[in-house]
Write a protein that binds this ligand. Structure first.
Ligand SMILES: [Zn+2]
Length: 279
């Protein structure tokens, strides 16, 4: 005895395969950053581990790279070559610098944190991975306090800090949100791997004010369209219920069948543009 649902499966597979084969065209849509990370656009799954190797005693060169044009840049801490790396999915990226934005660039369910830190890593092929971390107001940050109480006010100053422990920038809990996006400053290059850590870092109101008073108009880019991107997360309970993969394929197949029927009814099936867009 064949039930209607099992009879549908082969056709569903074919139609969903057609949909999947159409994906490269969909990926031509802009994949810009930052984004609002919400329960609706995230999917829960096991994520590959991040293996950080960070110096606990390194030198930082902190600069203020000013406010060129509309898009403000930030105070930035350059690190020595080899001071830190992260390995994800077998690819090792070297830490080049970390910097801050005010207010935060990424939102969490619409929430705006007062600041956000970006650790910028690059692999030998110049692929960029950014580890982001929100800053919330709370206790003073012992590691960052010396820097934030002495931020360079102008682009001509470089403040050097010795004996910085880069591990102090990371939380104990490395649960994260991951998606493909772009740089948030010109030229907004895409192909950037984003890993936004879920656990915010705390900084005191005075530390946050020290930074935001340097950039009174903020140095955060506005939220960008997702254009169909899904954010992956291993934060338990964050993502709202997402259909199982089989259900999702059936849903796509169903939509495909409706579209197929509609086009046939209108006598438009076979027109080059429509067929081309599916295949
Ligand atoms: Zn940034």
């Amino acid at each position: 005895m064949i039930t209607p649902s099992t009879r549908l499966l082969p056709l569903a597979s074919i139609v969903s395969a057609l949909f999947l084969s159409g994906m490269p065209a969909a990926q031509a849509a802009p994949q810009q950053s930052p984004i609002d990370i919400t329960a609706q656009n995230t999917k829960f799954q096991q994520l590959s581990p991040m293996l950080f190797d960070l110096s606990s005693d390194t030198t930082l060169s902190v600069i203020n790279n000013g406010s060129p044009g509309v898009f403000k840049t930030a105070a930035r801490a350059n690190v020595d070559a080899g001071a830190g790396s992260v390995t994800v999915d077998g690819d090792t990226y070297q830490l080049a610098q970390f910097h801050f934005h005010t207010p935060a660039e990424h939102l969490e369910n619409g929430k705006v944190f007062p600041m956000e830190m970006h650790m910028v890593f690059e692999d030998p092929s110049k692929n960029i991975l950014v580890v982001g971390r929100w800053v919330e107001e709370g206790a003073s940050n012992a590691a960052l306090e010396p820097i934030f109480s002495d931020l360079p006010k102008t682009t001509t100053q470089t403040h050097v800090f010795n004996h910085f422990d880069l591990n102090a920038l990371l939380p104990s809990n490395l649960e994260s949100f991951r998606y493909d996006g772009s740089l948030t400053t010109p030229d907004f290059n895409e192909g950037v791997k984003w890993i936004d850590l879920a656990q915010p870092m705390q900084m005191s109101a005075a530390e946050i004010n020290a930074y935001s008073s340097l950039f009174p108009n903020g140095d955060a880019r506005e939220i960008q369209d997702l254009n169909g991107r899904i954010v992956l997360t291993d934060v338990p309970g964050f993502a709202s219920a997402v259909p199982e993969p089989e259900t999702y394929a059936m849903l796509l197949a169903g939509l495909g069948l409706i579209g197929f029927a509609a086009r046939r009814k209108n006598g438009r099936l076979g027109k080059p543009g429509l067929v081309g867009s599916i295949a």
